[in-house]
Design a protein. Structure first.
Length: 231
């Protein structure tokens, strides 16, 4: 499991803010249902849901619970996040090691890129309004990828497509960090280096995963060259 090449690009997965969107949805439906700004998001839903506040809310909760990725839901979530950021009610939560490591990695010359199931627009909102001391981290990010411009995160071809966007780097010079084992496996199949990041709140890993994949719990477990530190 030793890395084959020095890392030059760090490709990061991020969590999207589903809980916040759900928490503000009822009040948004109550106060903005007939607002022209909100109407385009409401009317993008199938008619059986867009005709009723209760039906739309129930449908959104069902989609989120089933982890369904569909364009009209993602657009609504993006609107709710943007409203939250604009009002100051929402700050994107980052683990402390993330907020510290991104500027450190940039100073050391690593390219930092993001690949998330959330849209590129949502990613930029996220990194533009974090709870870090330097709230806007977007200047640290070199490129952004989502399921629209790259493809599904569990498919090997998505990582090949991302690497092809930056031919100045060999796939082996990329390091993808994710809490999703299937995504890590797909990145490895595409020729990238990849590590499972097991965070608080994640489901327990199968005992066999650490036997075949590198696993860390914090970015602080990586050395200056982005290899897993040896004890």
């Amino acid at each position: 499991m030793a890395p084959s090449s020095p890392v030059k690009v760090v490709l990061l997965d991020i969590d999207v803010l589903f809980p916040y969107a759900l928490s503000v949805l009822p009040e948004t439906l109550k106060t903005q249902w007939d607002s022209p700004d909100f109407a385009k998001y409401r009317d993008a839903f199938p008619s059986e849901y867009s005709s009723s506040k209760d039906a739309l809310e129930a449908h959104v909760r069902d989609l989120v619970e089933r982890d369904v990725k569909i364009s009209y839901l993602k657009s609504l979530q993006g609107y709710l996040w943007a409203e939250g950021y604009a009002s100051g009610d929402l700050k994107a939560p980052l683990f402390p090691d993330v907020a510290a490591k991104l500027p450190e990695w940039q100073r050391k010359g690593f390219k930092i890129m993001i690949y998330s199931s959330g849209s590129v627009a949502a990613q930029k909102l996220f990194f533009g309004h974090t709870d870090a001391s330097q709230s806007d981290l977007t200047p640290l990010i070199s490129d952004w990828f989502d399921t629209v411009n790259a493809g599904l995160k569990t498919e090997t071809d998505s990582y090949k497509k991302i690497a092809n966007q930056h031919p100045e780097f060999s796939p082996t010079e990329w390091l993808f960090l994710s809490d999703n084992v299937k995504e890590v496996e797909a990145a490895i199949q595409a020729g990238m280096q990849s590590i499972v990041v097991q965070r608080p709140g994640n489901a327990p890993l199968s005992p066999e995963v650490p036997q075949r994949l590198r696993v860390i719990e914090t970015f602080d477990s990586l050395d200056d060259d982005l290899n897993v530190r040896t004890k």
